[in-house]
Design a binder for this molecule. Structure first.
Ligand code: CA
Length: 233
């Protein structure tokens, strides 16, 4: 039998932390907890967890700094940020620091479980994908989350690699943002804030892979239809 997935909950508010732990254990996860930034960081870097739920405001060290340290250590470690409110600024900041997803507080248990399942599903299915993606002068190593473009070395988040891989596999047509949310993020629903999440990731990708991000030649916007990746030379 497959071992249960292990989740680390980093949250200083005891009621939320223990509530989360109870719910997760009830749903079959193995759970460990951390109540401060430094304790969360230490446990997060142990590499023992399939997923880390990370609060932002924490005593000693905030969630953004912890997420940075996690990414420096292991760019594949799945992280979901717990944001106090779903303000664009917090969400954008969390994604910038390499979080895979975010859940706004107060959150519904069902919503949280769906996001956890989606992030875990992607991180597992990612182990079977094509290793190298060649896009003209750009070569992307989907396993090591790195790439090269004309002697320049690039690093990617797993989410960015998932987007590129999906667009490359469907490069004959534009891919709507809703489809990316469904196939890459694993969301069946579509909220405004979530389609903006797609746009934020596309903008980040363009800064990495486009010679001029303002005039994309590879990752195109097809007005009213979505995004299309040009895979030829
Ligand atoms: Ca907090």
């Amino acid at each position: 039998m497959k071992r249960p997935n292990r989740i680390l909950v980093v949250e200083d508010e005891e009621a939320i932390r223990t509530g989360l732990a109870d719910v997760l254990v009830y749903h079959g996860y193995e759970v460990d907890e951390a109540a401060t930034g430094p304790e969360g960081l230490k446990k997060a870097l142990s590499g023992k967890f399939d997923l880390i739920l990370l609060d932002i405001m924490l005593p000693g060290m905030d969630g953004y700094a912890i997420c940075n340290a996690i990414r420096d250590n292991d760019r594949r470690q799945p992280v979901i940020m717990l944001t106090a409110k779903t303000s664009d600024e917090e969400i954008i900041n969390g994604l910038k620091h390499g979080a895979d997803d975010y859940v706004g507080k107060p959150f519904s248990v069902q919503q949280l479980l769906l996001r956890i399942e989606a992030v875990l599903r992607r991180s597992l299915s990612g182990q079977e994908r094509q290793r190298t993606l060649n896009l003209g002068s750009l070569s992307v190593d989907t396993e090591n989350l790195s790439g090269t473009r004309e002697a320049e070395t690039l690093t990617f988040t797993r989410r960015e690699i998932d987007i590129l891989t999906y667009l490359a596999a469907h490069s004959t047509r534009p891919v709507p943002r809703e489809e990316l949310l469904l196939k890459v993020w694993g969301y069946a629903r579509n909220l405004d804030i979530e389609t903006r999440t797609v746009d934020i990731h596309i903008a980040k990708l363009r800064r990495k892979i486009e010679p001029d991000p303002k005039e994309p030649v590879r990752l195109l916007t097809v007005r009213g239809a979505g995004y299309r990746l040009v895979t030829g030379d």
